[in-house]
Ligand binder design. Structure first.
Ligand code: PMT
Length: 217
């Protein structure tokens, strides 16, 4: 009988949101629940892969057989990914990483005073682009969460970040994407596009990993 599709493969995944501290009690974040990334981790383990999952703050149980590393901020996610990157064959960036963080998080709680206040933000490191720039580099898969011009932005990210594949989701569609149980993906490589229509995230994860396994070989 045939070996599981990802037998012997080492896969590193990111999932969930990141939290960027403003002060000890407040943060900047987004609506990612981790469901899509955890479904990918679970499906990859079922397909025979050795899976390391770097997760932002979520409320999901660790999938069976998966090594999980919990982080909060984008910088911590970056550090955990880089520490575990050697010897990985596949990297999938499913986390919704904050692009910016507070330039100088306050050491104590910010008290209200003026009617308006300004918060200076600085760019976070791009985990996905940094992984794709390594030599040797794992087969690198990004996600693109877009509300408009999905294909154009996804193709731009594929080329600009030197990815092998990008899975784009339209996060403006009700019932799909952020925090939903279902999702739909348009998967782009330099050779073309595969549409994975709306279904539950575990089924979608199985389909995406099958595409990755077949395309990679
Ligand atoms: O978690 P769920 O509730 O299940 O929702 C799933 C999801 C919508 C979060 C997921 O399917 C998804 O689209 N994840 C990527 C979200 C995102 O941040 O997309 P982006 O277009 O901003 O980022 C593009 C890619 O660069 C992503 O692979 C992201 O992980 C990566 N990135 C972004 C910024 C950064 N500093 N480092 C990164 O690695």
């Amino acid at each position: 009988f045939a070996a599981p599709l990802l037998q012997g493969q080492k896969i590193l995944l990111t999932a969930g949101p990141t939290r960027e501290a403003i002060d000890p009690v407040r943060y900047i974040s987004n609506h990612s629940s981790g469901k899509m990334g955890f479904a990918l981790a679970s499906a990859a383990a079922s397909m025979g892969a050795t899976v390391t999952l770097v997760s932002g703050p979520v409320t999901l149980p660790t999938p069976t057989g998966v090594q999980r590393i919990d982080v909060e901020s984008a910088q911590q996610m970056f550090d955990a990914v880089m520490a575990h990157l050697p010897e990985q064959q596949i990297f999938i960036g499913c986390a919704a990483v904050a692009d910016y963080r507070a330039a100088t998080p306050a050491a104590s709680k910010i008290k209200k005073s003026q009617d308006t206040m300004q918060l200076q933000l600085v760019r976070n490191p791009d985990i996905l682009a940094t992984v794709a720039a390594q030599t040797p580099k794992p087969f690198t898969v990004g996600f693109a969460a877009e509300t408009h011009d999905l294909e154009q932005y996804a193709l731009d990210k594929l080329q600009r970040k030197h990815l092998d594949m990008i899975a784009a989701n339209d996060v403006s569609v009700a019932g799909l994407g952020f925090n939903a149980d279902d999702n739909a993906l348009k998967v782009f490589t330099k050779d073309g596009c595969h549409e994975l229509p709306a279904t539950d995230k575990l089924s979608l994860a199985n389909q995406l990993l099958t595409l990755i396994a077949n395309y990679k070989n």
